[in-house]
Design a protein around this ligand. Structure first.
Ligand code: NAP
Length: 250
């Protein structure tokens, strides 16, 4: 069952598909008005058309410096404040360290880490006023990636540290900051890997690494993210919860 988000204004980055879309749908089902942020305006519009609570679509590219100003001014003009910020958008590239470029590293760290802090900062005052909550979508790669994920893993490791630091910095303001670290989740993020290594062998081979024996679904990540965002998690802050079918316990 969805948590009660009646009267809540929320913003989700990376809302156009996968885990972000599932979080948006769950927040909306709980009664929240949600701002959907990503680059694909068409996909955002199609999702928004199915939501119940007058969503707001903000097409923006977080790899650009000016996107944060566009997002914050649009959202605050429409919502007048913000209760929940979900930093979910991310760039994931599988590149051997011997071939990775500085530009690819910069973009990964910029979108996955730098912009999370800048966006959180841009919404600091409204979040303080609302005694709101931030949820950062991390990854089990933060604590031990499977290789060829150097920049991505480093960005998520940095994100977990940021979650803890911001939680302590803003605790006295009444703002909680938490994270969710998914394991293997069946989303479009995996398409390049499927293309490179073969979909069936990746699906079956990777599932063997998970004690629960299967991939997770985006909704199973959204459920934990929305718990952390909700009033039911009122004494939880600075935590990143792994949602990985037990994979990192091995
Ligand atoms: P996904 O299907 O690839 O979705 C990524 C989302 O981020 C899309 O909505 C994409 O939208 C948005 N995005 C990417 N670059 C952007 C940019 N420059 N500006 C604005 N939006 C941008 O991935 P997912 O699996 O749902 O992943 C969501 C989160 O979970 C990410 O933080 C990822 O690291 C994390 N995660 C996923 C898995 C997994 O197995 N799937 C595992 C661990 C962690 P547009 O393309 O429309 O801009």
């Amino acid at each position: 069952m969805a948590h009660d988000f009646t009267g809540v204004h929320a913003l989700v980055t990376g809302a156009s598909r996968g885990i972000g879309e599932a979080i948006v749908r769950r927040l909306d089902a709980g009664g929240a008005r949600v701002a959907l942020v990503a680059r694909s305006a068409d996909r955002l519009g199609a999702i928004a058309a199915e939501l119940a609570n007058r969503p707001l679509v903000v097409a923006a590219d977080l790899s650009s410096e000016e996107s944060v100003e566009i997002i914050s001014s649009t959202v605050l003009a429409e919502f007048g404040g913000l209760d929940v910020l979900v930093n979910n958008a991310a760039v994931e590239r599988n590149e051997p360290a011997s071939k990775v470029t500085g530009r690819a590293i910069d973009e990964t760290l910029f979108v996955n880490l730098r912009q999370v802090l800048v966006l959180s900062s841009a919404f600091a005052k409204p979040l303080f006023a609302a005694r709101g909550s931030i949820v950062n979508i991390s990854s089990t790669a933060a604590t031990g990636a499977g290789g060829t994920q150097g920049a991505y893993a480093a960005s998520k490791g940095g994100l977990d540290t940021l979650t803890k630091n911001l939680a302590n910095e803003w605790a006295s303001k009444g703002v909680r900051v938490n994270g969710v670290a998914p394991g293997l989740v069946d989303t479009e993020m995996w398409e390049p890997t499927f293309e490179r290594l073969g979909e069936e062998s990746v699906r079956e081979g990777f599932a063997k690494r998970v004690p629960m024996g299967r991939w997770g679904q985006a909704e199973e990540i959204a459920a934990v993210a929305c718990f952390l965002a909700s009033r039911d998690a009122s004494y939880v802050t600075g935590q990143t919860i792994r949602v990985d079918g037990g994979m990192t316990n091995i």
